[in-house]
Design a protein around this ligand. Structure first.
Ligand SMILES: Cc1cc2nc3c(=O)[nH]c(=O)nc-3n(C[C@H](O)[C@H](O)[C@H](O)COP(=O)(O)OP(=O)(O)OC[C@H]3O[C@@H](n4cnc5c(N)ncnc54)[C@H](O)[C@@H]3O)c2cc1C
Length: 273
């Protein structure tokens, strides 16, 4: 079954909402006065974007909780959903129930991973699911409630979600789940959520990156071997290497050329690789 992700609704004007939230923290003006200035055009979109961009470079994250997105997510597996619902802060889930929704006609929708197809085992997997579907139906027909008949259903069985997530948590989910180490299905859903936000609010969508992205931490904290194997690893540094360089700098082995943008050069005798 194909995965579907759709942005159903969102904060009416996310940039305005964020701007008022951040400005309130740093201004003698009331939020109502700030709102009036925006409405009158005194504060332009460009000004708001620039201010928000600077705030996003700091650790001041709580205003991001005031912007929310609602998604419909369909055709995902229970393997995915087990991982998804572990996120518990700033996100609210409604998931299709296997107690109240009975699969009909001895069939249930499911996902066969590409790796199984590549291994030439898809047909066997599908045959096993067909048998499970038949037995599931027999259990229902014998009066077993759906909540018990579902004990037969595999992790591959499909499910649907309606979720609301705030921008702070969506950033966090993308930090973790756009990483190349993430399970493929979760990575796909995270990428599809990002695409939806990008379509609607590109000014915010651009911050939805894996944690090593230049607009997030900028470095990788996964294990070193994983970083070496990662295609993004050719562009983004590993935390261990960054600290090595920092230690060398502290020991005077590296000379800062321009402290403003942390350009460093190696001394000829430093021996730092
Ligand atoms: C690569 C990977 C492998 C994983 N492997 C496993 C595994 O083998 N087994 C397993 O059980 N899980 C595993 N997980 C799931 C993981 O442990 C988390 O449960 C999941 O990523 C949810 O993230 P979160 O804890 O950041 O929760 P979120 O709800 O997304 O929380 C967001 C942030 O809020 C803060 N926060 C949330 N709750 C609290 C709290 N109660 N107290 C204080 N601060 C809080 C934390 O800073 C947290 O990072 C894995 C996750 C990843 C990304």
């Amino acid at each position: 079954m194909a995965i579907q992700v759709e942005l159903l609704d969102q904060t009416k004007d996310p940039m305005k909402s964020l701007y008022i939230a951040y400005r309130t923290a740093y201004s003698s003006l009331t939020p109502m006065q700030i709102n009036k200035r925006i409405e009158s055009g005194k504060i332009t979109r460009e000004k708001m974007e620039e201010f928000i961009e600077r705030r996003l470079q700091t650790g001041h994250g709580s205003p991001l909780e005031q912007v929310w997105f609602e998604f419909g997510i369909a055709g995902v597996s229970r393997s995915f959903s087990h991982q998804f619902v572990r996120h518990r802060v700033g996100i609210s889930f409604e998931q299709q129930s296997q107690r109240y929704v009975k699969f009909k006609d001895a069939r249930f929708p499911y996902t066969v991973p590409q790796s199984v197809q590549r291994a030439g085992k898809a047909e066997q997997m599908e045959a096993a699911f067909e048998e499970l579907g038949k037995l599931y139906q027999e259990l229902l027909d014998a009066g077993v409630p759906a909540e018990d008949a579902r004990f037969l259903l595999p992790n591959a069985a499909s499910t649907n979600f309606k979720i609301t997530v705030n921008f702070q948590e969506l950033l966090h989910i993308c930090d973790l789940r756009l990483c190349t180490r993430t399970q493929w299905e979760f990575r796909k859903v995270a990428a599809m959520m990002r695409a939806e936000v990008n379509r609607s609010v590109p000014e915010l969508g651009m911050y939805l990156q894996p944690k090593c992205g230049e607009r997030r931490w900028g470095y990788c904290d996964e294990d070193y071997e994983a970083w070496e194997a990662c295609p993004i690893g050719r562009k983004r540094p590993h935390k261990r290497d960054m600290f090595k360089i920092f230690d060398s700098h502290r020991k005077g082995e590296l000379i800062p050329l321009d402290a403003a943008d942390f350009k460093l050069i190696e001394r000829e005798d430093s021996g730092v690789a």
